[in-house]
Design a protein around this ligand. Structure first.
Ligand code: SF4
Length: 359
């Protein structure tokens, strides 16, 4: 019989029980050493969590029963509590998860032919205050932990398998929050997402998206250029961007584009500039020409996102004719331009529509 030494339960900085999902493989190995267990047992648990997407310790059948009991006493898997699930007419799915304090954060799965993309939250609420975004109305509540980020992905993967759909192909950090404001947590999660002992995804299938935190873009260029980078440009000049995205007062457009250039050089990959088309604001012919001036000659793509309606945001979605006029100009000037299809509008799952309220 294996005797387990008395060890302290896993507690976080707030004195709460940490879950197995929170632990990196290295942290799990050192905790298992405290439990008097060999290193490979930590690897087995890690594989159960992220390769086999286990939902209970009893599924981990290659672990001794008494080890499973000890794990159950000292920790838990850390599954997310689903508060609400909604499926849109176009197959987009949205889940609201509830944490121990009753705060909600959301995850969206977007289908597009054979692709299945998970749009993941990195924070509960957001501090960045972008005027077109419902999440901004919540303010910043807290960072999500690496385990909570990973369990969002695991939830989507389990659901896709259960509903007989193609497997998850892409992950975008475009749900609630500014992921680069939670960079250590996001990068720890990405390590497990891409590790062969974790979910084994290709790095370039993961997109980190930022409102424009220049110093963190520089950090990514130095230490983690393997993921894709999307930058929310959303305006064609500083006056407009100061209004739409307050971060611009700290990091104006020229500084942001220079950081994007440095990243694309380090990553040897184009930056994706996201541009929300707002009627009479960012979607005008003059704005289109200004965008051309900003992006021409840069190693980048331009992703156009017609504003999704939200009743509590006093901005207008552009008409199709306005969008066409904008596209004609940027496309005609030789930029690599894509238009994001609106998905999941009927369940408020589209870009900028995530918020704490029940839809
Ligand atoms: S758009 Fe992104 S960065 Fe801006 S407030 Fe919303 S969640 Fe935050």
């Amino acid at each position: 019989m294996v005797l387990f030494p008395v060890v302290e339960p896993l507690l976080d900085a707030r004195g709460r029980l940490r879950t197995l999902s929170e632990l990196s493989l290295e942290e799990m190995q050192s905790w298992f050493a405290e439990l008097g267990q060999p290193r490979f047992r930590a690897g087995q648990v890690h594989e159960w969590l992220w390769r086999h997407l286990a939902t209970g310790l009893d599924e981990m059948t290659n672990l001794p029963k008494d080890l499973r009991q000890a794990l159950a006493e000292h920790s838990s898997i850390g599954l997310l509590e689903v508060d609400q699930e909604q499926i849109a007419l176009d197959g987009t799915a949205k889940w609201a998860f509830r944490d121990a304090e009753g705060r909600r954060f959301e995850t969206v799965m977007i289908p597009d032919e054979d692709r299945r993309t998970a749009c993941i939250s990195s924070q509960v609420g957001c501090a960045m205050g972008c005027s077109f975004c419902r999440t901004a109305t919540m303010g910043f509540l807290r960072n999500l932990t690496p385990g909570e980020i990973l369990q969002q992905v695991a939830h989507v993967k389990r659901w896709l398998a259960a509903t007989g759909q193609p497997p998850l192909s892409n992950i975008v950090f475009m749900g609630m929050g500014e992921p680069l404001n939670n960079l250590p947590g996001v990068l720890q999660a990405c390590q497990t997402l891409t590790s062969p002992k974790g979910m084994g995804m290709a790095s370039r299938r993961i997109t980190l998206s930022t409102s424009g935190l220049v110093e963190r873009i520089d950090e990514l260029a130095r230490s983690a250029p393997q993921y894709k980078l999307a930058i929310s440009l959303n305006s064609s000049n500083d006056t407009m961007r100061n209004d739409v995205m307050p971060v611009n007062r700290r990091h104006p457009i020229a500084e942001l584009l220079a950081a994007g250039d440095a990243w694309s050089q380090a990553a040897d990959w184009p930056v994706t500039y996201e541009y929300v088309l707002i009627g009479d604001v960012t979607c005008t012919e003059q704005s289109a020409w200004e965008v051309v001036e900003l992006l021409r000659g840069r190693h980048c793509k331009l992703n156009l996102i017609p504003l999704n309606p939200a009743s509590d945001i006093p901005l207008r979605s552009p008409e199709e004719s306005e969008i066409h006029a904008f596209e004609r100009i940027v496309h005609g000037a030789g930029l690599l331009v894509f238009r994001r299809k609106p998905k999941g509008r009927d369940i408020l799952a589209a870009c900028g529509q995530l918020a704490r309220k029940k839809a």
